[in-house]
Design a protein around this ligand. Structure first.
Ligand code: AMP
Length: 114
């Protein structure tokens, strides 16, 4: 299997604006932002989507969410709030098969999503 698009960003093979990384996760600016602040955080392990995660991934997924909140704080979203989104599969709007959590903020977001 070839690398996923996000593995290529992690490896530095494609350019991106890195916001944060540690041993387990990588966060970068979304190339097509849907809000004034739109960051993606991904596990460095290329789990295709949340539906394919297993109990082995429990601590990694917890770490991902904790770091998403940390990054939201880092970029100044904590005061007014923000949204974390994980799209899964066709109806969920998933387009890149490497699990990622969207961090969206900088404006009031409507609900329900379209
Ligand atoms: P999803 O539709 O939930 O699978 O989200 C995939 C996201 O990846 C979209 O918001 C895209 O704009 C974003 N994206 C695709 N290619 C890149 C890239 N090279 N750098 C940053 N974000 C990207």
């Amino acid at each position: 299997m070839g690398k996923t698009l996000f593995e290529r960003l992690i490896a530095g093979e494609l350019p991106t604006e890195i916001i944060f990384q540690d041993d387990l996760v990588f966060a970068f600016r979304d190339i097509n932002p849907k809000a004034p602040v739109h960051i993606l955080i991904v596990p460095k392990k290329a789990i295709p989507r949340i539906a394919e995660s297993t109990s082995e991934d429990q601590s990694l997924l917890g770490h991902l969410l904790l770091k998403a909140a940390h990054i939201a704080n880092l970029v100044g979203l904590e005061k007014n709030g923000y949204r974390l989104v994980i799209n899964n599969g066709h109806d969920g709007g998933e387009t890149v098969p490497h699990l990622h959590c969207h961090i969206l903020g900088g404006r009031a977001l409507s609900w329900p999503p379209g």
